[in-house]
Design a protein. Structure first.
Length: 392
C-alpha cells in the first residue's frame, strides 16, 4: 500500500426534505450575499428554486441568480459569473444541480479568489490561491463533485475540456435529497450510474499497492450501483434505489475508494474529456463508450486486478486462465452497460470520428496529460490513438 491523506470537510445533509434546510446552512456560513447558480429550467419547473429562495429569505439571506449551465459547462458562463459576483458583492456560491453546475460554481469560486484568468488553472499553468466558499444542493447523482476537489470546464473555442483538482474547492456542505433526482430522464440516470462506477474503477484498476479494506469498499460500491441502476431502469421512482445511488456517487469521488493506492489510473476519464470537448457527448455515456476498449488494451499489464474485478464485482465463473477470467469480467461489464442502455463503442454513442479527428483526439489527450497517463498501463499518444480506434 501507499501512504495517503484523506480529507473530507464537506457536511452532508441527506434525506427527504433536506433542501428546506438550505437557508440555515447558508446563514451558518456568515455570508452577506449568495449567488444561486443552476442549469436549465428543471429547477424552476420542479419548484426547487422557489423552495431554496424561500428558505434563504426566511433566514434573511440576500441572493442573486445565474442560470444557464449546460452539460460540459462553459468557461464563458464562468466569466459571466465572476463578473456578476464582483458587481453584487457575493461572498458565497450555492450550486443547485448536478456535477456541471457544481463544477461551474467551483470555477467561479476560483476566479473570484485567484488573480488572473481562471482558465489558466485548467491549463495547469498556475495554481489556485483561494476559492470562494461553495455549498451544493444535488439534483443528479453522478459526478461526485459535491464532495470532491474536482472541477471540469470546457472552453468553447476549440472544444477544449480540462480538469482542475484542488482541496480549496471542496464544498462546505452538500444537501442530498434522493427525491430531487426522480424527475431525471432515464438516460441521465443511467449516465450518472456509469460515472459513479467509473470514478470507482479509475481508482481500482491500478498497478502497485492496494489495501484490502479499500478494495472491499470499492467492490461493494460497484455492486450496489449496478444492482440499483437496474432497479431504477424498471422503477424510476424507487426512493431507496435513488438513495443508494446518490450516496454511492459521493463516496465514489471523495477519495475514500482510493485510500492506499497510487492515485488511480484516470486514462478513461482523460480519453472521454477529449470526446466531450470535440463532440459534446454526455460524460457518462462517453465513458461507457471507451471503457471496454481501454480495458482490453491495458488488461494484460494489470491482469490480477482485472481478474479480481471479474470474480468479486461481476461474479463470473473463473475461466481456464486468469486472462480468460478477466475477459469475461470485461464482457460482463459491457453487458451491464447495454442493460441500462449505455453505449459500448462510439457508433452506439452516435459519433463517428474521422481518422484525422482520432489523431487530434489523441494529440489533445496527450497534451492535456503531459504526454502520458495511466496506472494500469502507462499510455502515450500512440496508445491513446489505438484505444480511440478500437472504440470506433
Amino acid at each position: 500500500m501507499f501512504n495517503f491523506e484523506y480529507y473530507t470537510p464537506t457536511r452532508v445533509v441527506f434525506g427527504k426534505g433536506a433542501a428546506d434546510k438550505v437557508g440555515q446552512l447558508v446563514k451558518a456560513q456568515n455570508c452577506k450575499k449568495v449567488l444561486i447558480h443552476y442549469g436549465g429550467g428543471s429547477v424552476k419547473r420542479s419548484g426547487l428554486l422557489d423552495r431554496i429562495k424561500a428558505s434563504l429569505s426566511a433566514e434573511g439571506v440576500q441572493y442573486v441568480e445565474l442560470g444557464g449551465v449546460v452539460p460540459n459547462p462553459h468557461i464563458s458562463l464562468v466569466y459571466k459569473g465572476i463578473e456578476l459576483c464582483r458587481q453584487e458583492g457575493v461572498d458565497f456560491i450555492l450550486a443547485v444541480g448536478g456535477g456541471s453546475v457544481i463544477d461551474s460554481a467551483k470555477a467561479i469560486g476560483y476566479g473570484l479568489a485567484t488573480p488572473g484568468d481562471v482558465w489558466d488553472l485548467y491549463e495547469h499553468v498556475k495554481t489556485a490561491t483561494g476559492c470562494m466558499p461553495i455549498g451544493t444542493v444535488l439534483t443528479i447523482a453522478a459526478a461526485g463533485s459535491e464532495m470532491s476537489n474536482s472541477s471540469v470546464i470546457t472552453k468553447e473555442e476549440g472544444g477544449v475540456k480540462r480538469a482542475y483538482d484542488d482541496d480549496l474547492s471542496r464544498p462546505r456542505f452538500a444537501v442530498m435529497d434522493p427525491e430531487l433526482t426522480m424527475t431525471l430522464p432515464d438516460y441521465q440516470t443511467a449516465c450518472g450510474c456509469t460515472d459513479i462506477l467509473m470514478h470507482t474503477m479509475e481508482r481500482y484498476f491500478t498497478s502497485g499497492g492496494n489495501m484490502e479494506i479499500t478494495d472491499s469498499i470499492a467492490e461493494g460500491l460497484m455492486r450496489t450501483v449496478m444492482k440499483n441502476a437496474v432497479i431504477l431502469r424498471d422503477e424510476p421512482k424507487n426512493y431507496d434505489a435513488r438513495a443508494e445511488v446518490m450516496w454511492a456517487g459521493s463516496l465514489s469521488h471523495n477519495g475514500l475508494t482510493g485510500c492506499g493506492n497510487n492515485g488511480g489510473d484516470w486514462a478513461t476519464h482523460m480519453l472521454e474529456h477529449e470526446l466531450g470537448g470535440m463532440f459534446d457527448v454526455a460524460h457518462g455515456a462517453g465513458l461507457a463508450a471507451v471503457w471496454g476498449s481501454w480495458a482490453r488494451y491495458v488488461m494484460k499489464d494489470c491482469l490480477p486486478r482485472f481478474e479480481k474485478f471479474a470474480l468479486n464485482v461481476m461474479g463470473v465463473e473463473p475461466g481456464e486462465t486468469p486472462e480468460a477470467t478477466a475477459l469475461k469480467g470485461i464482457e460482463a461489464m459491457e453487458d451491464f452497460y447495454r442493460s441500462i442502455k449505455m453505449p459500448t463503442n462510439m457508433k452506439e454513442l452516435g459519433i463517428a470520428p474521422t481518422p484525422e479527428q482520432v489523431a487530434t483526439l489523441a494529440r489533445m489527450c496527450a497534451a492535456a496529460t503531459g504526454g502520458q497517463i495511466g496506472s494500469a498501463k502507462v499510455l502515450k499518444e500512440a496508445d491513446m490513438a489505438a484505444i480511440y480506434k478500437m472504440a470506433l
